[in-house]
Design a protein around this ligand. Structure first.
Ligand code: F6P
Length: 429
């Protein structure tokens, strides 16, 4: 039987239907990596096209009460402090539920939520609003990880502007001790929860149902904190690039081969042979040829193949505009959702690339991704937190290597044009 061909421009929902919006309630003592995890989760779901947002109670405190409270403010015996903190927790939860009412899908309630009583309150308020709750506890008893987190993220936080770092660290440890006095781990077998211990050494999953929480578990299982570079590069210039044709499976031009050699030299200089490293390519000839000079173990992935231009494969943009003006106009109107007849849209591409993102998160040593313009736009958008709709317009030029180092507070980026400047300068349409 022939495959059913959808009319061009028809948008098929890429996102599985789920059980409705979900509130992810972070739980954990300070400096365990809750905010880091919350932001990564929001970024992941946003990239997949869901409306996700973090509501951080600490930000409400800083915004409404000003930053810089000393540890005594967090002492459970400080009646005034406890009342003020409760108010901030209420304000953030109220805004969160309003946001869900307006169409939000994954809301992350980022606070310590460290007692059973506090969690029972959050669950009740969400239940009354008809929204599911999943608790996500980040537990960590590894003193080295906690100390590194205090030094890296806390002493530089707005709460300690102008304070001596040792002094700030001591105050923060006292703050943790106040919370630890009444801390109760998440352990109610009747509730939905995920508990991550010591950055993934152990993960407990309890009563998790539905598509979104399921995706979340798989994502969380692959997170780690070790910094390592990810290199993104398009293949060297191909014959199709030179002819300004899209898609296809053409070999490299002479300039493309020169780039491949320069890329290999550059990577040899940055990653000495003793340094483990993997090269990923698509299954298309131009990426395989580009990677062949690098001389490292490589893996060809079909998920990294270029966006499928369907009936337009092999055409130039000018030909498409002339012979398929309706398609051309539809793509111009919504480049992100536009699906080539018998081909793909950027939205499709992101769904296809999800396993590659999970795998990139999991890797602990450098990875070099040799792929294609649209594919790298989607991957780059994930790491640099660009909204998915903007990814078709991101600049990923030929003969340029982009070095990304994901970290606790965003992603470092370095772009290096290695040349030669390609004759074809294929840009976005
Ligand atoms: O032109 C090179 C290329 O990789 C094509 O194969 C692909 O269709 C195109 O880039 C994607 O870019 P855009 O979405 O801007 O057309």
């Amino acid at each position: 039987m022939d495959a059913i061909v959808l009319p061009s421009g028809v948008s098929v929902n890429q996102r599985p239907v789920d059980l409705g919006p979900v509130v992810l309630v972070m739980v954990g003592l300070p400096a365990r990596g809750k905010s880091y995890t919350a932001r990564k989760v929001a970024r992941y779901f946003n990239w997949l096209g869901y409306r996700a947002r973090v509501f951080n109670v600490g930000e409400y405190r800083r915004h409404n009460l000003g930053a810089g409270q000393s540890h005594t403010f967090f002492d459970p015996h400080n009646v005034e402090g406890a009342r003020a903190r409760r108010e901030m927790a209420h304000a953030a939860l109220h805004d969160l539920l309003q946001w869900i009412g307006g169409g939000g899908e994954v809301a992350i309630y980022d606070a310590t939520n460290s007692t059973r009583a506090r969690r029972a309150w959050v669950r009740q308020v969400c239940q009354d609003a008809g929204v599911r709750v999943v608790f996500l506890e980040i537990a960590c008893e590894d003193e080295a990880i906690i100390e590194a987190s205090i030094r890296r993220t806390k002493v530089t936080s707005p709460d300690y502007v102008g304070r001596d770092p040792d002094d700030a660290a001591a105050d923060f440890r006292a703050r943790i001790a106040h919370y630890a006095e009444s801390y109760e781990p998440v352990d109610d077998p009747d509730q939905s929860f995920i508990r991550i211990v010591d950055v993934g050494r152990q993960i407990v999953v309890n009563r998790i149902q539905g598509y979104l929480p399921g995706r979340l578990v798989s994502f969380l299982m692959n997170l780690h904190l070790e910094p390592r570079p990810i290199y993104l590069t398009r293949h060297g210039e191909s014959l199709y690039n030179l002819d300004a044709r899209i898609g296809g499976d053409s070999p490299l031009t002479e300039a493309g081969r020169q780039y491949a050699v320069r890329l290999a030299d550059h990577l040899h200089a940055e990653l000495p042979p003793a340094q483990a490293c993997t090269v990923w390519t698509s299954t298309l000839r131009r990426t395989l040829e580009t990677a062949s000079w690098i001389g490292r173990p490589s893996r060809a992935w079909r998920v990294l193949d270029e966006i499928d231009a369907g009936v337009c494969d092999g055409m130039t943009y000018a030909q498409i505009a002339r012979t398929l003006p309706v398609e051309h106009a539809a793509r111009k109107a919504d480049k992100y959702r536009y699906r080539y007849p018998r081909g793909e849209s950027y939205e499709d591409l992101i769904a296809r690339l999800e396993p590659a993102i999970i795998e990139l998160e999991r890797q602990r040593h450098p990875v070099v991704v040799v792929a294609h313009q649209a594919v790298l736009r989607a991957i780059y958008a994930y790491f640099l937190e660009h909204p998915p709709e903007t990814c078709p317009f991101l600049s990923i030029p030929l003969h340029t290597v982009i070095r990304l180092v994901p970290g606790a507070y965003g992603c470092e980026e370095l772009r290096l044009h290695l040349g030669p400047t390609p004759e074809s300068s294929q840009g976005a349409e």
